[in-house]
Design a protein around this ligand. Structure first.
Ligand SMILES: *Cc1c(COP(=O)(O)O)cnc(C)c1O
Length: 357
């Protein structure tokens, strides 16, 4: 970026001074994101994970303490257990269903409550308003990974959350071709967030920003389809004899359904299922040859995905008891009838390979 004269350069009296510190393309996206969530400002980062790290680093101090939901996105846990630990920051993981009981876990130097709703993989619904009320009483900052709902179905800042974090890689981009993270802050959290973002030198490339902004134009239409199709297929799976439980907060059978209904305006395309007991070979037989469902992690795009998961190995505050193999499903933009036919054939292979029904 160039300056017209020395005086402008020395006074920095123009909006754009250096590539890392913003450009019109990035401003257009950040302004839109901030409006969507009703924030004081938004920033982007090169990935969802870097946005999470940024938000946490904008709050913590060496030697301090943070509380993190036990079913958090697993790489977030990794960040806390490695980088934060090296900085002397202590992390306590809390039961997703703790509600106002979180107050019992506050220590004198607790700086942050980090939450995610519903939690990754197992989809428990935390009571965000109850957690926020307890944190506010003590002046503790609350950050939330809101990737699942997007601002269209839940606006964290309206519920008192200070920092709303998104893996823009998922629904914002929407086409599995962008890596991006975004953070939107309220008035209280904005200045430290901006300062930390600048200090870390985080930025996003113009092509990614352009694609994310274009994705935003259709996000509401795509999410309507993801919601309807995922609810339909979740209900269809719930009625299948091979499936023990469907973990989707939009289903009435879900233990967190009332909280979801109270706080959220909709649901997206991601949920999990617990199968009846069966061997790993039956899981592979089910998933390996699905025609429309890909085997992959990065959800939120146009295509449907299914992956096996096992969260029994890393939780510490709670355990998740599964009566059979667990599978996470993302419902993309395909015709749900085609997806049901694909799953139907996969479930036949599950039975043939020894899976129970
Ligand atoms: C994918 C994901 C992230 C991380 O996003 P990346 O862009 O892959 O780093 C964070 N939180 C949740 C809930 C996610 O699903």
């Amino acid at each position: 970026m160039l300056f017209p004269d020395v005086e402008t350069l020395q006074n920095r009296s123009q909006r754009y001074t250096y590539g890392r510190r913003g450009n019109p393309t990035l401003d257009a996206l950040c302004t839109a994101l901030s409006e969507l969530d009703g924030g004081a400002g938004s920033l982007t980062a090169p990935s969802g994970m870097s946005a999470i790290a940024l938000a946490i680093l904008s709050v913590v101090e060496s030697g301090g303490h943070i509380l993190v939901i036990d079913n958090v996105y697993q790489p977030t846990r990794h960040f806390c257990d490695t980088v934060l630990r090296r900085m002397g920051v202590r992390t306590t993981y809390y039961d997703p269903l703790i509600g106002s009981g979180i107050a019992d876990l506050f220590e004198d130097d607790t700086r942050l409550v980090f939450t995610e709703a519903p939690g990754s993989q197992t989809f428990e619904m935390p009571d965000i308003p109850a957690i926020v009320r307890a944190a506010k009483e003590r002046g503790i900052t609350v950050a939330m990974d809101n990737t699942w709902a997007t601002p269209l179905f839940f606006r964290p800042l309206d519920h008192g959350v200070d920092l709303a974090i998104y893996a823009g890689t998922k629904y914002l981009g929407g086409h599995s071709d962008v890596m991006m993270g975004t953070v939107t802050a309220n008035e209280r959290a904005w200045k430290p967030l901006l300062a930390t973002h600048g200090a870390l030198g985080l930025t996003s490339g113009p092509d990614d920003v352009y694609l994310a902004h274009r994705g935003l134009r259709t996000m509401h239409i795509r999410l309507q389809h993801h919601m309807r199709a995922a609810l339909r297929i979740a209900a269809w799976l719930e009625a299948r004899p091979e499936v023990s439980r469907v973990l989707h907060p939009g289903l009435e059978s879900h233990p967190g359904h009332a909280i979801w209904k109270r706080d959220f305006k909709g649901s997206s395309g991601l949920f999990s299922i617990v199968m009846k007991p069966g061997p790993q070979e039956a899981v592979a037989a089910f998933l390996d040859t699905l025609a429309l469902f890909g085997l992959g992690y990065s959800w939120g795009g146009f295509e449907s995905l299914a992956i096996p998961f096992d969260c029994s190995t890393y939780r510490t505050a709670t355990s998740f008891e599964a009566e059979g193999p667990t599978i996470r499903i993302h419902i993309g933009l395909e015709d749900p009838a085609d997806l049901e036919a694909d799953l139907d054939a996969g479930l036949a292979r599950w039975r043939e390979a020894g899976g129970q029904s």
